[in-house]
Ligand binder design. Structure first.
Ligand code: FAD
Length: 487
């Protein structure tokens, strides 16, 4: 009996070795965050764990290594330690810079599910159910995040709000109304929360000068850095998590004895399981994703009125579109200041300034002045506010070829998982995605047994489609005309 079990152990080890030998060659990452990023308003007061290292040396082994300490990496660790039967799982998080110094610590703080923006495209590409799954999954985040903030007593300025979409161009307003009506006609229940206004009422309802139409529904606003750093405190208190900041993973090599050896400039560490949660930088270690998830820069800023004066009240969050189609996302804060960003149509023609670009140490030159007089020019009642930009920064997002994130087991790399490619829209995606990924990584749950939307699944087919496809046919800078998903 003992001999039989020994034989079976040896066979399974040999099969592991064989699987590993079939894996792609290890790759040394050159896609790493720069060391001197712009400092966003959110991170002006650094959290005590921003530069934290749980131990002086990196641990020699952990059950799980997570690459990246942003929203995805930290949430994945949180959910793993909360999973049933995982109290003995050891986790190391390797972070190239400070904790939460990537996109999460520099975003717009807008927790805004998609109702009718990209959902019609997903419906068109993969059917009504596939689109509905995404909308419902994103909508579930508003309450799920509110719940964890309540349960864990996290102080992160969370507000439940109405988000208002605004169209100032007459033609775009008409098209938006058509799409809205088509979505209503589908009788998706979630659309009951949304309302569309046209005509003269629009400007009075949204307060945006020259608005031709607006629509609103329920969303949230949040201080993302505070949210994630509070989760960092919780996971570190568990004793299961070792956080190593300023420790980039530079290569991953299969260990013939099983698991993987992860190399960093501070030495090597071993893990049975790896979770790639480094979003825009993911192709540095997984080169097969190079055409799938492209690092793209975005710009964001804080606008405030002079000290001692009171800002006109805005108590909704916004997506504003100007007459010439420039889109900005905006959230008001309880202190009267505004966080606003976007303006991608301003910098889009200057591809080298934002596309396949990981330099968040510099602003985007063509857009850096766009928000100088934004509130005065955009909102009724702000003309004499003297509102001015008091903090401006850039960040690196992971844009994907088909606009969906890549989540699940990495094809051909046993024991490696990916949670990346959030298209500048991770707030209403990552919390529940990381919960489902946690159960895949620790309980070997199949993707299909999770509640993840089907279009999020990372597959060889998606990888190949982008690899063999042309940029001009993808969603990032192309027409989105790739044919493989069209039904
Ligand atoms: C300017 C801007 C505004 C945005 N506004 C919004 C918004 O309002 N609403 C919304 O929903 N989304 C918004 N987003 C997008 C959102 O911030 C992201 O989708 C989300 O934060 C992604 O989280 P993440 O953990 O996957 O990535 P990140 O937060 O980028 O975390 C990845 C981490 O991995 C680290 N890393 C990279 N390579 C390695 C390596 N080799 N080894 C170790 N560590 C590594 C990085 O340093 C980083 O800390 C915005 C993004 C930007 C940049």
């Amino acid at each position: 009996m003992a001999a039989a079990s020994q034989v079976s152990k040896t066979l399974s080890r040999l099969s592991l070795v064989k699987d590993h030998l079939q894996e792609p060659e290890p790759h040394i990452s050159t896609c790493l965050p720069v060391s001197n990023p712009t400092v966003p308003f959110w991170q002006e007061d650094r959290h005590k764990f921003h530069d934290h290292r749980s131990t002086e040396q990196i641990p020699p082994h952990s059950d799980i290594v997570i690459i990246g300490a942003g929203y995805a990496g930290v949430s994945a660790a949180y959910h793993i330690i909360k999973e049933k039967g995982c109290a003995d799982q050891s986790i190391t998080i390797l972070e190239a810079r400070g904790a939460c110094s990537g996109a999460t610590g520099r975003n717009g703080g807008h927790l805004r599910p998609d109702f009718y923006g990209h959902i019609p495209t997903y419906v068109d590409r993969a059917g009504a159910e596939a689109g509905l799954e995404i909308a419902e999954f994103e909508i579930a985040h508003v309450n799920a995040i509110r719940k964890v903030i309540d349960e864990e007593r996290i102080d992160c300025d969370f507000t439940l709000t109405r988000t208002i979409d605004v169209w100032c161009n007459e033609q775009s307003a008409k098209q938006a109304k058509q799409v809205f009506d088509q979505m209503k006609a589908r009788e998706f229940e979630y659309m009951d929360d949304a309302i569309f206004y046209t005509g003269k009422a629009a400007e009075g309802i949204c307060g945006v000068k020259g608005a031709k139409a607006c629509a609103s529904y329920t969303a949230g606003t949040i201080w993302p850095y505070k949210f994630i750093m509070s989760l960092v405190e919780i996971i570190l208190e568990s004793g299961q998590v070792n956080l190593q900041t300023y420790t980039p993973a530079t290569s991953i090599t299969p260990d013939p004895k099983g698991g993987y050896i992860i190399t960093t400039p501070r030495g090597k560490t071993h893990a049975n399981t790896i979770i790639h949660a480094n979003n825009g930088y993911v192709s540095g270690l997984l080169p097969e994703y190079a055409n799938n998830i492209i690092p793209c820069k975005g710009i964001c800023c804080r606008i405030a009125v002079p000290e001692g004066s009171t800002a006109p009240l805005l108590n909704n969050s916004y997506i504003n579109r100007t007459t010439d189609g420039i889109l900005s996302y905006l959230i008001p804060r309880a202190d009267g200041s505004i966080i606003v960003g976007g303006a991608s149509n301003v910098f889009k023609p200057f591809k080298e300034q934002w596309y396949n670009n990981i330099d968040d140490s510099t602003l985007i030159d063509s857009a850096k002045d766009y928000y100088s007089n934004y509130m005065q020019e955009t909102y009724n009642g702000w003309e004499y506010s003297e509102a001015a930009v008091d903090s401006i920064w850039t960040g690196v997002m992971g844009y994907s070829y088909d606009s969906n994130p890549h989540i699940g087991a990495v094809p051909g790399r046993q024991g490696q998982f990916i949670l990346a490619g959030f298209n500048g829209h991770g707030m209403p995606v990552i919390w529940l995605a990381s919960k489902e990924l946690a159960s895949m990584a620790v309980h070997a749950k199949d993707f299909e047994a999770t509640r993840l939307p089907r279009l999020y699944k990372t597959t060889q087919e998606r990888i190949e489609r982008a690899r063999n496809g042309r940029e001009e046919d993808g969603d990032i800078i192309g027409t989105g005309g790739f044919s493989a998903t069209k039904q």
